[in-house]
Write a protein that binds this ligand. Structure first.
Ligand SMILES: Cc1cc2nc3c(=O)[nH]c(=O)nc-3n(C[C@H](O)[C@H](O)[C@H](O)COP(=O)(O)OP(=O)(O)OC[C@H]3O[C@@H](n4cnc5c(N)ncnc54)[C@H](O)[C@@H]3O)c2cc1C
Length: 300
């Protein structure tokens, strides 16, 4: 917990919005999560770096939040400071290279790429993350991931900002290997000049397909488990256990997509965790596969 003295000191350092005891259910797409001690929205990179220095010097824990579309926050919330980079929201074009800050929502980036007749980001259509979160998760689909487009990244570690080129980055399935505590600030993406109508029609097709097969009207975190390397897709393994529609409290395994857990309105993180455990046990019993969660569990 933050002492009043710490709150005052932090208010003297940070320039952006600061809120105390912030309900994380307002910042996750599944609408679940207890309070964070502190919620901070730095106004720019300098504000971020100065405040991070204060946080680290005081040994306070911290985490970055994108759009909270891949994070399950436990019911007692998060101790320390949660930082949103929503004010880092610039997109600048230099030929086929696009410099994009990490707080930009993917939906905005995909629309921007259509307007600018640049192709290569279509596979990110309707993924509700930010650029920073997408890079950390190497988000995408079988058709392509954001990692495929990265030319270089700018990141902040402690108070040092470094630029790292793609040859020094290690992207794999839903993962970028990163030094601990590093914050992605910006990325250079390499795109291809294309035909605006063609790009737009590809995006529209992906949107229709997703709306057909995904329960998009419910709060969720998308796919809960990664697809195992040497087995069927996670949704098939769960389907083999006949688990669509199984409910714990206010959380339910989606009827439309067996690898999605939806919040029917009153779900707690505990409900979701119990469902996750049930799914893992059933799949292990039935198919001898250890499913690994794609979503990240945080808090207490
Ligand atoms: C309806 C729905 C559909 C989805 N479909 C897909 C899909 O098709 N493909 C797919 O890959 N994913 C999908 N997802 C999952 C999710 O949207 C992606 O993983 C997304 O990239 C997460 O981005 P975010 O900004 O929400 O990150 P968050 O969930 O906020 O954070 C994810 C992780 O990244 C870290 N992080 C975020 N920003 C930064 C930063 N700037 N620097 C350092 N660390 C950072 C966080 O600390 C956290 O550990 C879906 C989710 C939903 C709800």
């Amino acid at each position: 917990m933050f002492s009043l003295d710490q709150q005052k000191e932090l208010q003297g350092i940070a320039k952006g919005v600061l809120r105390f005891n912030e309900p994380m259910s307002e910042h996750t797409t599944i609408k679940i999560g207890g309070p964070a001690d502190v919620w901070f929205e730095p106004v720019n990179v300098e504000d971020l770096a100065n405040t991070i220095k204060w946080i680290d010097d005081h040994d306070i824990s911290r985490m970055i939040f994108g759009n909270g579309s891949n994070v399950l926050v436990r019911d007692k919330g998060i101790r320390g400071v949660v930082i949103s980079l929503k004010n880092l929201n610039q997109i600048v074009r230099d030929g086929n290279i696009v410099k994009v800050e990490s707080g930009v929502p993917l939906g905005q980036l995909v629309s921007w790429s259509i307007e600018n007749s640049l192709s290569g980001l279509e596979s990110l259509t309707l993924i509700p993350g930010t650029v920073g979160g997408a890079i950390i998760m190497n988000a995408g689909t079988k058709e392509g991931t954001i990692g495929d487009r990265i030319k270089s990244l700018k990141w902040l570690s402690k108070v040092r900002i470094s630029t790292v080129s793609s040859s020094d980055l290690n992207f794999s399935y839903r993962k970028l290997k990163m030094p601990k505590g590093v914050i992605i600030i910006e990325a250079d993406l390499e795109l291809a000049t294309g035909d605006r109508q063609e790009i737009e029609s590809k995006v529209e097709k992906i949107k229709s397909r997703r709306k057909e097969i995904q329960p998009l009207i419910w709060p969720s975190l998308g796919s809960v488990f990664k697809n195992p390397e040497k087995a069927q897709a996670a949704w098939q393994l769960i389907d083999d256990c006949n688990m669509r529609g199984v409910r714990v409290g206010g959380a339910r395994i989606s009827n439309e997509h067996a690898n999605w857990i939806i919040n029917e309105g009153s779900a707690t993180a505990k409900d979701v965790e119990v469902l996750i455990k049930m799914i893992k046990e059933h799949v292990k019993d039935k198919s001898d596969v250890n499913l690994e969660p794609e979503i990240i569990l945080v808090g207490e």
